[in-house]
Write a protein that binds this ligand. Sequence first.
Ligand code: HEC
Length: 213
Amino acid sequence: MLLLSACHTRKYHEPKDIYMPDMEYSRAYDPYTENPVFADNQSSRLPVTGTIARGVSLPYHIPQSDSGYAYSGTVQNPLHVDDSILKEGKRLFDIYCAICHGANLDGNGPLYKGGSGPFIAAPANFMAGATSALPAGTIFYVATYGLRNMGSYASQVNQHQRWMIVSYIKSVERDKGVSTPEKEDSTLHALEAAYLSTLKGGAAPAGSKTASK
Ligand code: HEC
C-alpha cells in the first residue's frame, strides 16, 4: 500500500493531502514568468541603479565616461606583483585578450590579422605608440568597461584577474623598454588585503597568501 501511494500523481490544483501547501508550492514569482507587480510584467529584475558588487572598488563605478577614463589614470595597481601573478596574468591575457591584441601584445591577434581578419577594428598595440604608455589604471578601466570598439570584459574576468592581466601587460612593456615602471603604493597593499578577504568563494586569487596554485 505504501509503495502504491508513493506512485500516486499529485494534482497540483487539488492539494488535498499536502500538509503546508504554501511551503510545498512557492507563492513567489519564478524568474522568467509574468509578473503583474511590475509595469513591464517581468519577474527577472536588474539590480537597483548604482548597486556595487561586494569587493569592487568605488572609483570604477563611473562607467564609459570621459571623466571615468581620465580618472582611471590616477588609480594604481593594488597588487603586490610577483611571478605567480605575472604567470596567471599571462594565462588570462592569452585566453581573453590575445585573440585581438596578439600574444606579442602588438595589437595584431588572429581576429584582426593586419586588417584581413574577421574583426575589422584595429586593437590597441601595447608595444608601440600612445597605447604602449597607458597607465595601469586605464588598462584596468578599459578591460572593465570597454572603450569605443572594444567591449567590456568584466563578466569574463573578475576584478582581481583584471589587475593580474594589467600587471602582465605592464611587465612585458617594461621588459621591452616601451613603458616606465609603475611606482608601488604601500597604502594600496592594505586595500588589496582587505579586498582579497572579501573574495571568499570566488576565483582563487593567484599570488595572494591564501592561493594554493
Ligand atoms: C574582440 C577584440 C578585442 C579583445 C578580445 C580585447 N580587445 Fe582591447 N581593444 C580592442 C580594440 C578594437 C581596441 C581599440 C578600441 C578603439 O580605440 O576603438 C582595443 C583597445 C584596448 C585598449 C586601449 C584603450 C585606449 O585607451 O586607447 C586597452 C587598454 C585594451 N584594449 C585592453 C584589453 C584587455 C586587457 C583585454 C583582455 C581582457 C582586451 N583588450 C581584449 C579589441 C579587443
